[in-house]
Design a protein. Sequence first.
Length: 127
Amino acid sequence: MCVAPVFDRPQPTGAVEDLPLIDERAMAEWCGELDRADVMDLLGRVPGECAKCLTGIREASTKGDLPGVKRMAHRLKGMASNLGATRLAHMARGIELASADLADAAVRTAALEQTVAATLEAIRFRA
């Protein structure tokens, strides 16, 4: 059974900070379908994937490549959505769909980096 992406579910209105770091229901659903070793393997890959995406966003931004920034944000959004990392997915989606220019993307990326750190901390407690 596949978990619906966090964007297919009703989201609270208000500030992005009001979104949960982790959608407990979504995480419980996919974790319940895997054995413990597979869950731990997947969660263990999250920090590296986040780092790759953030590095890709920074590198594309340095090159003046807004479409590249958006592609890497899309990749991060997909991973976060599948994981159940609601706030991270929402913020990455904002970069992907709402960043009009590199300056806007840079502001959003700074906030995204803080959310990545908080999300990784929340995931670490599940390991």
